[in-house]
Ligand binder design. Structure first.
Ligand code: NDP
Length: 350
């Protein structure tokens, strides 16, 4: 059970991303040192500045194309653990391969580089997704936990290719990458071990470099930002059917999955509770009355429970118990996400 304690050096791949920047921060705050991989020096320098006062030390290396064999050969040298988070996140890819190559090859490449250049590391924690757990074509509501697998999306992409729905393309990229991850352990039997994290729709304050709403990460761009800026209207409500989690909690799940011995070989769902677009609007109206175009939302007694009851239930009891995570509620998450968007984009003043 090669868990990795504070004081060790962790490689965080794709450190410039929405989730990975928080993963890096959480490791640094817990006293780990972090080496982040980024695609450009400007993104690396931004992170150096962001993390200049953290408990642990931050450094970065540039890894351009994660799909290229040997991409991580240098980056893994000298680290004690790896959090592999880099992967494209979009429902708008044209060809499934556009996602499969960086997602699957990137995951296999980091494992191969560790085996080749640093086989004595303790653990690799891979950021998978709830998309590898739930079956998007099953009528809701269904209860899912870590024993469940999405057995649909890969087949849909094989059958329809570029014509497959964008959600299936993304989910299939994560299913194939996670299967390759576990297969590596089965076949190669390395000394180091692994764990996977499965966040649901992830929101929370943005700390990464993001200069305009157009470059917001996919989850905030799809489910929070359109209510903040009024693009989604009353006719889009109640928008039920999902679960959420705060990015700061997802980051802590990564740290605990690295440091708790029993996490070895485990999958962990990271999920708070069910919510709807209606919840987002009710909270936005209460907390940010200055935002002009937020749909009203139904805050009558019982509305919330009634609307959310139709969504799937993503059971995160395992990460709560084994990793000691207490997930933040929707009120805190919507409030902190929105405040960070207001601060970053100066949207009220405009
Ligand atoms: P972001 O788009 O914010 O971050 C993705 C990161 O991966 C960025 O650092 C990006 O680099 C890097 N990346 C993407 N494609 C490539 C590539 N071809 N080569 C090299 N680097 C690449 O996404 P999130 O933070 O939202 O997601 C991070 C991880 O979490 C992903 O693995 C995703 O599947 C998973 N996840 C996300 C959820 C969510 O709701 N957001 C939910 C469940 C799982 P750059 O900054 O240079 O673009």
């Amino acid at each position: 059970m090669p868990a990795v304690p504070p004081g060790s050096l962790i490689l965080v791949t794709g450190a410039s991303g929405f989730i990975a920047s928080h993963v890096a921060k959480a490791f640094l705050d817990e006293g780990y040192n972090v080496r982040g991989t980024v695609r450009s020096a400007s993104k690396g320098d931004y992170l150096v500045n962001l993390f200049k006062n953290t408990k642990g030390k931050f450094e970065y290396v540039i890894v351009g194309d994660i799909a290229k064999e040997g991409a991580f050969d240098e980056a893994v040298k000298g680290v004690d653990g790896v959090a592999h988070t880099a992967s494209p996140v979009t429902f708008a890819a044209e060809r499934p391969e556009d996602l499969f190559e960086p997602s699957v090859n990137g995951t296999v490449n980091v494992l191969k580089s560790i085996k080749k250049n640093n086989p004595d590391i303790g653990r690799i924690v891979y950021t998978s997704s709830s998309g590898t757990v739930n079956d998007p074509e099953m009528p809701c509501p269904v209860r899912y936990d870590e024993t469940s697998w999405n057995t649909v999306s890969v087949g849909v992409c094989e059958k329809l290719g570029s014509k497959a729905d964008g959600g299936h393309k993304y989910r299939a990229s994560k299913v194939l990458a996670e299967k390759a991850f576990w297969k590596f352990f089965e076949v190669e039997k390395p000394k180091f071990d692994g764990a996977t994290i499965h966040p649901v729709m992830t929101y929370g304050p943005i700390i990464h470099q993001c200069d305009s709403p157009e470059s917001l990460n996919d989850s905030i761009n799809r489910r929070i930002w359109p209510f903040v800026n009024g693009k989604r209207t009353q006719k889009d409500l109640p928008e039920p059917g999902s679960s959420f989690v705060d990015v700061r909690d997802v980051a802590l799940v990564h740290v605990r999955a690295m440091s708790v011995p029993e996490a070895s070989g485990e999958r962990f769902l990271a999920s708070s509770e069910r919510y709807s677009g209606n919840d987002v609007c009710v909270i936005l109206n209460k907390e940010f009355p200055q935002l002009p175009n937020v749909p009203k939302g139904d805050d009558s007694p019982g509305a919330r429970e009634r609307i959310n009851a139709v969504a799937n239930f993503m059971d995160s009891a395992k990460s709560q118990k084994m990793l000691g995570i207490k997930y933040r509620p929707i009120e805190e998450v919507v409030k902190d996400t929105t405040q960070s968007l207001i601060d970053r984009f100066n949207i009220i003043a405009n």
